[in-house]
Design a protein around this ligand. Sequence first.
Ligand code: GLV
Ligand code: MN
Ligand code: MN
Ligand code: MN
Length: 421
Amino acid sequence: GLNVSAPTPAGPLRVDGPRLLQGLSDLARIGADPRGGITRPSFSPADREAVRWLRDWATEGGLHTEVDPAGNLLVRRPGRRHRLPVALMGSHLDTVHNAGHLDGAYGVLAAVETVRVLSAASAECRYEPVAVAFANEEGALFPQPFWGSRALMGETGDMSVDPVDNEGRSLREPLSLIGGDLDRVAEAAWHPADIVAYLELHIEQGPVLEQAGSRIGVVDAIVGRIVFDIELVGAAGHAGTTPMRGRKDPLAAAAQITLAVRETATRRRLCQRATVGRLEVSPNSTNVIPGTVRMTAEFRDGDADRLELLEKLLHREIPAIAEELGVHAVVQTSTRVRARVTDERLRAAVAEAADALGLNHMTVSSGAGHDAQIMAAQVPTGMIFVPSCHGLSHVPEEHTKDEDLVAGADVLLQTAANLAL
Ligand code: GLV
Ligand code: MN
Ligand code: MN
Ligand code: MN
């Protein structure tokens, strides 16, 4: 079982703050988007460069790196040693479009830094500290979010057809370019029993810690999420000559559906959050009635049963809304991730580490999704949050104070040290 010892008598270990901050700012240049922020979706050329950059950064620190068949980058202490159960730490390097530089990257770099400090501190570890940069957490280009953590947990599902990106291109080649192998993805799976703990450090991405004046968030739960892929098929036509009566306008249907989606989380209170974030209009031309629209709708809630009910309801309601406008709707659930709670002992371990470092902490829950919720299904999982300025994330303005970034990394290190040393 999980063995959490008291903090080392010599006082807490510390990360190299300047090295961590410099790493974050170097990495932020990769995928910098001229329209603002960072656009580094998984399996894009920018993501490939980020993976290469991280390999170099870890190698410079004397660590051993390896990319698994799913495209996850694993970072360990060097040398062949007796196989120990693993204390796994990490997050993701990929981003949404025009993203900030901390969502994901922060947790990965802090995890690598933690392995580096532990490696220097002691050869003797009860658990092997391993850092991971999970592939494709966001699903921004290839709409298979949590791809890497799912593969690690043996959850890749039906692989009889290649996963494809938003334009229908296969994952096969982009995955092989970073060192993965689609035919061997099943081999990326670990035995959950080999992982004593998974720890993920992340920016909060919401306003709770900042408003409370708390330095550290001990995450108790992560919301569940379902994503629908909706295809609306109508009839394209001339905008000037086609009478209004009898039109089959899929964009008008998309508008109605967008408002209905919003209402599930407002007036109807069927879930906590509901968002339409992606719309693809074809042919997308001023004087042409659209022929087809593809859109996504995503829903979040802390209660798995509520989300399941909502999913069933909307599979009936959305086609009905479209039908009223003569439009045919095909609705598919493309992502379904359950809400999860973190491990009680790891919550206590994180709080204890924060106490040892003199950092005030509070319990928070996560409205954003994380690889941690995939891991939590099978492995004791803990999550550490640091404050986000103005609660902003998934936008270029995403920011956390340097001292908070370093403090969070110290908490990760201290928690890992209490496990491993
Ligand atoms: C992950 O970033 C999410 O969308 O919550
Ligand atoms: Mn994100
Ligand atoms: Mn993230
Ligand atoms: Mn306390």
